[in-house]
Design a protein around this ligand. Structure first.
Ligand SMILES: [Ca+2]
Length: 163
């Protein structure tokens, strides 16, 4: 895990470990006259207000990832249907129909979302094209009808970042 400097780019800064994390468990106390309670809440500021930006200029997956990391909050990740619909809308508005790199990566036998800093994120919500993944590549693209497809990482495609 990379150490982060002052700017966590929307991620949470863990002061103790000097790292950036996507989600954190935040302790809070409730004070009522009868009983004092301690609770933990999962907070993910980036994911709760996720916005995307799309670049038409084709790059290979690794270059796209590097670009998104430098300029934004990393390659696009999709955690749920809300985020999926959000990215789809951005692409439709930009009139981009297919072949868009997003931040999915095959690690071993598991598809994961890459993170700008910190560990990869488990891929729980998926929208695979029928008969995909076909095993012809380790990187994830939005294909026809904005459905997922695995493809060769060195191919040049438009791409989406987390804004
Ligand atoms: Ca494929």
């Amino acid at each position: 895990m990379r150490h982060c400097t002052d700017d966590c780019n929307g991620l949470l800064h863990n002061e103790l470990e000097r790292t950036c994390t996507l989600c954190a468990s935040v302790k809070f106390e409730t004070v009522s006259p009868e009983q004092k309670a301690i609770a933990f809440e999962k907070v993910c500021p980036l994911l709760e207000s996720i916005r995307y930006i799309v670049y038409k200029e084709p790059q290979n997956w690794q270059e796209a990832r590097q670009f998104c990391n430098e300029k934004h909050r990393g390659l696009a990740i999709i955690r749920n249907i809300k985020e999926y619909e959000s990215l789809k809308t951005v692409l439709q508005e930009a009139d981009i129909r297919s072949h868009i790199w997003i931040g999915g990566n095959l690690v071993g036998s598991k598809w994961e979302w890459v993170s700008k800093s910190g560990p990869n994120i488990e891929m729980t919500y998926t929208k695979w094209t029928p008969q995909q993944p076909s095993g012809n590549g380790n990187c994830l693209q939005f294909w026809n009808d904005y459905q997922y497809d695995d493809d060769k990482c060195d191919l040049m495609k438009s791409f989406a970042c987390v804004l």
